[in-house]
Design a protein around this ligand. Structure first.
Ligand code: TXA
Ligand code: MG
Length: 320
């Protein structure tokens, strides 16, 4: 299949393709999404095929408004209403009892549906013009880092999807916070820019699911092409350097700023930054750029952000 690559001038065409049951990648404020008509089972199946996504991993559905969100769900606890008013449109996905409007595979046969109102002009224009809920997981091949630019989407999906709308780099660079809203208290299933503290400050309570705290995620994510190790202290860093140098490996490092660590064996520095916003913006681009032709292994230092460490440790080969 020839993939049409366009910019915002191609929104009308993107909408038409989605209405015809095709799959189109477009930017949201978090990461690029791979969108298809959420009401059309065949169209949704094309997302699973293009990504190589396991069928038991549900997709979230994007909608343009609170009203459209309400149409997809059976019931809403009062606290979700408050959360929507404060955080949506924005980087937060609500898991709610499904009204069974979306195609079965969107929910992967679960009785729930994940819904998000994105805050990005292109995503919102596509949603409003198509007047459809759009199933839109991240637009990467399953297991790879999420795409934060159209170039990342091309790397993974060129030839496998109908179109890509290039809207430049996404605003945040990390995926939305996923919150289970089926119980009395919201429970965070995936960390993101909207934190447990922020949610708690609005609705009085918020839990974090044990798998998030313990970093034991069900699916492999963000896998780079070369082994990645995390050094939790300078001593650990020096031990890793020594070991990898004696193995004659070309070493790359992920660090907050240039020359954070000095060692003659370091052949490449990947600068992540030291502010959360900057780190989120750079992370997936760096993970995607780690390349066997340049380095044999990469050592990352720890960074002062739980959401960055969550993704980095999922990308790591072994947490050392
Ligand atoms: O920021 C985002 O959420 C991006 C943009 C494109 O919207 N999308 C995204 O999609 O990251 P994806 O498929 O990569 O991640 C969606 C997450 C997955 O971890 C999935 O398991 C979870 O949401 N999810 C979706 N529906 C669910 C449900 N009904 N129950 C539990 N988890 C669900
Ligand atoms: Mg994903």
């Amino acid at each position: 299949m020839k993939t049409v690559i366009t910019d915002r001038s191609g929104i009308d065409e993107a909408v038409k393709l989605i209405q015809e049951g095709e799959v189109v990648a477009f930017p949201t404020e978090t990461v690029y999404g791979l969108g298809a008509n959420a009401l059309d089972e065949e169209a949704v199946q094309k997302i699973f095929r293009a990504k190589g996504r396991p069928n038991d991993n549900p997709l979230n559905a994007l909608v343009a408004s609170k009203k459209a969100l309400y149409m997809l769900v059976e019931s809403i606890p009062a606290y979700v209403d408050q959360l929507i008013d404060v955080f949506s449109p924005g980087p937060i996905t609500y898991i709610l009892p499904s009204a069974n409007k979306v195609a079965t595979s969107v929910s992967a046969n679960l009785p729930t549906v994940g819904v998000r109102i994105p805050n990005h002009p292109i995503a919102l224009a596509i949603l409003e013009q198509s007047a459809l809920p759009i199933a839109a997981p991240s637009a990467n091949v399953s297991g790879r880092p999420s795409p934060t630019t159209a170039k990342h989407v091309v790397e993974d999906l060129d030839g496998k999807i109908a179109a890509i709308v290039d809207g430049g780099a996404t605003n945040y660079g990390l995926e939305s916070t996923v919150v289970d809203c089926t119980g009395e208290i919201p429970i965070i299933l995936r960390s993101g820019m909207i934190t447990a503290n922020q949610i708690e400050s609005v609705v009085g309570a918020c839990q974090i699911a044990p798998h998030v705290t313990a970093n034991s995620h069900k699916y492999k994510h963000y896998t780079p092409d070369v082994p990645l190790y995390i050094a939790h202290s300078e001593m650990e860093f020096n031990e890793l350097i020594q070991k990898e140098t004696s193995n004659n490996n070309r070493i790359g490092v992920i660090v907050p700023y240039k020359h954070y660590y000095a060692h003659k064996s370091i052949v490449k520095e990947y600068i992540l930054g030291n502010q959360e916003e900057e780190m989120a913006h750079n992370l997936y681009d760096i993970l995607r750029s780690l390349n066997k032709s340049e380095v044999d292994i990469v050592i990352s230092t720890v960074f002062p952000s739980p959401i960055i460490m969550d993704r980095l440790s999922q990308a790591a080969t072994t947490v050392k």
